[in-house]
Design a binder for this molecule. Structure first.
Ligand SMILES: O=C(O)[C@H]1O[C@H](OP(=O)(O)OP(=O)(O)OC[C@H]2O[C@@H](n3ccc(=O)[nH]c3=O)[C@H](O)[C@@H]2O)[C@H](O)[C@@H](O)[C@H]1O
Length: 432
């Protein structure tokens, strides 16, 4: 039996076996052997502990995934199928991504109203106030459109949706929007506009039947192009923001899937879309809020104090363009993940064809709100903005009769009416 002194000198805790005094070889050999076997036992113990920890973790992971999943189950499938039901002859069943977004809500509603089946998907992220997205969801729900809460990067969810419904079309509007925010959070653009897009295309390519895809590109792809008005054939290889670069990448990525897998693809270059239920991060929206609250607004100016201008496009015109694109999209040709023949690949500008300067936008808002703005003019910071946009829309006009009919004056009047009915005059002001 080892003595207490021995215990003190040769503690049994592995890793602490340091003391080697004047003991004989025999004893050292004995200790060494003893420590090796102890260490071996400890190693075994640690391996067993790690293994059981890992399997526990994976159990917890899959368990929490199962329990926290907001989709799946008989009731859920029933809601998806009901929402996707077509109520007109020759109608389509459309999966709308970003359905709780600005354009997504309007397009979903228009499709549903004319008798098409619509299922939405949206991740309800907090890029801007999610309560506005939830209000849009309620609006859609009241018209029989169900929005699944989930991310387009979740291929299991997308597979499940395609297992549940044979979607004829995908209207892909989910994206990280905003030109200037790309400097703050670049990875969110890669996550949604690139990784999410690829995940969606991977699912579409293997779906049977393959859906036709219409998706939101952006006027920002024209970047530093200064041919006016912007035509689809103009160069788009000089993006001025990461947002624009990810949208341009989307055009190339969708081309690849069209080329290899026979997916029918239509990319729509939207020009600064505005209107009721719009995006609070956009200038017309935040200007309205600030004017009503008596707060100053910042108006960017270009080189040599030239006013910036945008081809502001009213949401109802954009919706017509989206529906026209879906109706003329042509079929995908692949099946079983294999291309069976060439499929359409199209790109269209959806703009208004009459650019308006930002100060003019502000003066229209002042008139509708019957309030003066406190204006700060600032030189355009180098944050991704371009000086002007102007769409040539002849291609969309030729293909599906696209013809915008709402000028900025009329469109902003409708926006202000909606804004005041939704938020009231006191939006953001403390109630006394
Ligand atoms: O067509 C597009 O593809 C894009 O349109 C939209 O981008 P933009 O055209 O930049 O719209 P928006 O932010 O409303 O700024 C409008 C003008 O106000 C100026 N602006 C802006 C903010 C401000 O505080 N001051 C200001 O002068 C600003 O310099 C600009 O001149 C979408 O947001 C984008 O997601 C994308 O879809």
């Amino acid at each position: 039996m080892p003595s207490a002194l021995e215990d003190e000198l040769f503690p049994s805790t592995p890793g602490k076996f340091k003391i080697e005094r004047s003991h004989g070889m025999n004893r050292q050999f004995h200790r060494c052997f003893a420590s090796t076997s102890t260490m071996f036992l400890w190693a075994l113990f640690l391996i067993a502990l790690t293994a059981s920890y890992l399997s526990f973790q994976s159990f917890v992971d899959s368990g929490s995934r199962y329990f926290s999943a907001s989709w799946g189950g008989i009731q859920w499938e029933k809601q998806v199928r009901n929402s996707a039901q077509i109520h007109r002859s020759g109608g389509m069943s459309v999966l709308v991504t970003g359905a709780a977004g600005f354009v997504g809500t309007h397009v979903s509603l228009a499709l549903k109203k004319r008798g098409d089946g619509v299922v939405g998907i949206d991740n309800f992220n907090s890029y801007y106030d999610p309560s506005l997205k939830k209000a849009r969801r309620s609006l859609l729900k009241s018209h029989g459109v169900f929005i699944v809460e989930g991310d387009i990067n979740d291929n299991r969810l997308l597979d499940k949706l395609f297992d549940t419904v044979a979607f004829t079309h995908v209207m892909h509007l989910a994206a990280q929007a905003g030109v200037r925010y790309a400097m703050e959070n670049p990875h969110s653009y890669v996550h949604s506009n690139i990784a999410g897009l690829v995940t969606l295309l991977e699912v579409c390519k293997t779906a049977n039947p393959q859906p036709s895809i219409v998706w939101a590109s952006s006027s920002s792809v024209y970047g530093l192009n200064d041919n006016v008005p912007f035509s689809e054939s103009d160069r788009t290889d000089q993006p001025a923001s990461l947002y624009a670069a990810t949208k341009k990448a989307g055009e190339e990525i969708t081309h690849t899937y069209n080329h290899i897998y026979g997916l029918s693809v239509t990319g729509l270059r939207f020009f600064t879309v505005y209107g009721p239920w719009g995006r609070p991060d956009m200038a017309y929206f935040s200007f309205t809020r600030n004017i009503l609250q008596g707060k100053p607004i910042t108006i960017y100016r270009g080189k040599n104090r030239v006013d910036l201008a945008r081809d502001f496009t009213y949401i109802d015109d954009i919706v017509k363009g989206c529906l026209g694109s879906l109706d003329t999209s042509g079929k995908s040709t692949g099946s079983g993940g294999k291309k069976r023949g060439p499929a359409p690949y199209r790109i269209f500008n959806l703009g208004n064809t009459s650019p308006v300067t930002v100060p003019t936008l502000v003066s229209i808002l002042e008139r509708h709100l019957k309030m003066k703005a406190k204006k700060n003019f600032v030189d355009m910071p180098g944050n991704g903005d371009v000086p002007f946009t102007h769409a040539n829309i002849s291609l969309a006009r030729r293909e599906f009769g696209y013809k915008p009919t709402t000028d900025l004056q009329t469109g902003l009047k409708k926006f202000v009416r909606w804004y005041l009915s939704y938020y009231g005059y006191n939006h953001g002001k403390p109630v006394n």
